[in-house]
Structures are given as C-alpha cells and as structure tokens.
Design a protein around this ligand. Structure first.
Ligand code: KDG
Ligand code: MG
Length: 402
C-alpha cells in the first residue's frame, strides 16, 4: 500500500479548522486534525511545503517509522506548529490502519477499558447569577462534571466568559483584542463563587475551573487552599508551566487536584510535572502533542506516577480530534475525564462523526478508524477568516498571560 496524495483542507464553518486527508493507492483514506487556533496557516504551510511532498510514496502502515521520520528528520524538533502537523499525519494514518483492518481505533490500541467516557462541559456567565444558571443548565443536560468560569466584579471581561450568551469562542477578532486583568479582584471573588455553586447544587456534581495561566505560584497556592472546602475535580493551568519546578511550591500548600498541559506538545514539557507527582491530570491532547503515537507514550509514563488523562477538547479542536480522543479515552487505563464543548450546527454539518453523547458520557462508535469524516464540498463554502486570540494586560498596562 502506498500514499498517493495528501490534501490540506482549510475551512471556517463558524471557526477555522485545518484538516489533513491522506489518500492511498487502494482508495482508502484517513483524516487528521491540524488546527492550531490563531496560527492555522503556519501549520498549513508546514504540511503543504514540507510534509506532504515527503509523504507521497510511503507505506501508510508504517506509522511509527513515519512519525520518527518527521520528528527526528525535521532536525528542528518539537514546537506547536511542527507537532500539530505531525499529529495530523499520525491520526490520519491510524484512521487508515483501522479502516483497512475493519476495526475501530480503540481496538487497535488494545480494546476498551471502560463502558463510557465521562466528559465535562463549560458553564459561564457575566455575573454570579448567570453563572449559577449556566451550571444548572449543564446539570440539566446530564453532565456529571462542569467547568465554571464567571465574570468578576470590577473587571470588564475575563477568560472563559462569552460576551452575548453564545458558546465561548476566544479567537474573536482579526487582530488580538485586549482585556484587562486584576489578580486581586479574581482571587477575592473565586471562593465566593464556588461557595455559591456548592450551596445551590451540592457536592454530587464535579466542578472544574481554568485559571488560564494567570497566577504566580504563591497566588496559585493560596487559591488552591481557599478552594479546598468546595472539593474541585481540578484547578487547571493555575500558573504558566514553562518552569515545571514551580509546581512544587503549589503542591506543598494545597490538596486541590491540579491539571496542566493543553499547550504542551512533547513528553518533555511535562516530564518533571509527572515524575515528581506535581500534577494529577495531564491535558496534552492528540492534535497538539504529536498524535496518538506520542500521547500514548505520555499517558503510559503518567500511569507510572498515578497521573490521569484529561484531554483538552475546546471547540478549536475539530470533531476529528474529538473522535480520535474518544477512542483513546475508551482504551487508556489511566483515564480521568474528557473536555467537551459542543460544536455549532455549521461545524457538525461539515464533519460527520460516529460518537454519541448520553447523560454526561460519550462513546466513540464502532465505525472502522476514528469514525470522523469531512464533506469537502461543503467545507469549501466556508473560506478561512483570520481570527486572533486576545492578549491580556494588568490594570497598569503591563502585558500579562492571557
Ligand atoms: O485556543 C485556546 C483554547 O483552546 C483555550 O483557551 C481553551 O483553555 C481552554 C480550555 O481549557 O478549554
Ligand atoms: Mg484550559
């Protein structure tokens, strides 16, 4: 079997997606998600200019060798652009292997380890009252786990809160919009927020919260400690994680479980976090961390240290990534939770998928491969539109982490 073509499909059904379709001489094809939110075209170029020409003629069954070829062979290893491109190739090849074998992807990984996959969704509001209402709607929809983000008194806007009641889509402008951040206002409000959520909805629902990289280690330690009475499932990205060792300080102060890793693209980004047991959940996802081939290594390494998976699943990851992730989640022994934000109707018309949702749990479906496909004709009706992620400044104008 040989690869005879590889197409990079760019479309924007409500938001931008990049999809790689690898075609073989036997007519079987596979698809992979190559979307890097706000930097989509850099992955398009990486694939079209450097990866696709070298893919033609290769045997698609040699997934490991092809992975090593584009990882070691690039010389410039790692980085979000290269690893997103490599992930798209890898997932498309696993899709082909599943289709040829006539087996769903989770069977190729070792078969399922559970009956259903717990997912969490997002609840957000401009103020405490609307946030509480949004949590109620998520619980009503059947979710057993809910990520809670709220507008903060005295701040015009904050991360994770949609402007107009729509689903939260951060890449909202042609050039980066700017928001203003106050750590003091945020830290003062959070315990009050989670106290209100627990008072209203009790302790049966899992609650999660994303700090989105905005605190220093000692501030994160304070927040984790103050939220302990509300028993969070996890506190996510409480500090930027370039300095993995900084998590030691946070860990020494709080028992609130910690999740990190949606921006990581290599096992080396999380090696110290995992081997020192500084975190509880690793969020590095298939589309940004080199595909199934590398994420499997990260998950196996994490299992040695009781760290569980909690894959990133925001709407900027396409249904192709979601499909592949759900097969992985079905298999991975140290599964924790899967993030899920519903895609819009437009997106779900361009992509067809086999996975299903029932009362807070997903199952990946039994179609061979990962079970997700793209309607190329429909995709071509939604041309790319540049959309940038925002930037954040402190109240005195200093640029901060968004
Ligand atoms: O593109 C950035 C988003 O994927 C990110 O802001 C979403 O932090 C996120 C999350 O936890 O879903
Ligand atoms: Mg996050």
């Amino acid at each position: 079997m040989k690869i005879i073509d590889a197409k990079v499909i760019v479309c924007s059904p409500g938001r931008n997606f990049v999809t790689l379709k690898i075609v073989t001489d036997e007519g079987v094809y596979g698809i992979g998600d190559a979307t890097l939110n706000g930097r989509e075209k850099s992955v398009v170029s990486y694939l079209r200019d450097y990866v696709v020409p070298a893919l033609i003629g290769k045997d698609p069954h040699r997934i490991e060798d092809i992975w090593q070829f584009f990882y070691r062979g690039a010389y410039w290893r790692r980085g979000p652009v290269g690893m997103t491109a490599l992930a798209a190739v890898d997932v498309a090849l696993w899709d082909i292997k599943g289709k040829v074998a006539g087996l769903p992807l989770y069977q190729l990984l070792g078969g399922r380890s559970r009956d259903r996959i717990m997912t969490y969704t997002h609840a957000n509001g401009q103020c405490m009252a609307s946030t509480l209402e949004a949590v109620g709607q998520a619980v009503e929809a059947g979710y057993k786990a809910v990520r809670v983000q709220s507008g903060i008194p005295g701040m015009a806007s904050t991360y994770g809160v949609a402007k107009d009641g729509h689903k939260y889509e951060p890449a909202d402008a042609d050039l980066p919009s700017e928001s203003v951040w106050s750590t003091e206002k945020y830290l003062n409000f959070m315990p009050e927020l989670f106290d209100a959520v627990r008072s209203k909805y009790g302790f049966d629902v899992h609650l999660l919260h994303d700090v989105h990289h905005r605190l220093t280690p000692i501030e994160a330690a304070r927040l984790g400690k103050e939220l302990e009475p509300f028993k969070l499932f996890w506190l996510e990205d409480c500090v930027p994680a370039e300095n993995q060792e900084s998590f030691r300080l946070i860990r020494e102060h709080t028992t609130t479980p910690l999740a990190v890793g949606e921006v990581f693209n290599s096992v080396h980004d999380c090696r110290e976090l995992i081997q020192n047991q500084y975190i509880d959940y690793i969020r590095s996802t298939i589309a940004h961390a080199g595909g199934i081939t590398q994420v499997r290594r990260i998950a196996d390494f994490a299992a040695l240290f009781n760290v569980r998976t909690g894959f990133h699943g925001a709407t900027d990851l396409s249904p192709v990534c979601m499909g592949a992730a759900l097969h992985f989640d079905y298999w991975v022994p140290n599964f924790g939770i899967q993030e899920h934000m519903p895609h819009s109707k437009e997106m779900e018309s361009v992509f067809t998928f086999d996975y299903t949702f029932d009362k807070g749990f997903f199952t990946p479906g039994e179609a061979p491969g990962h079970g997700v496909d793209i309607d190329e004709k429909l995709a071509s009706k939604y041309p790319y539109k540049r959309a940038a992620l925002p930037v954040n400044r402190l109240e005195d104008g200093t640029l901060w982490n968004w």
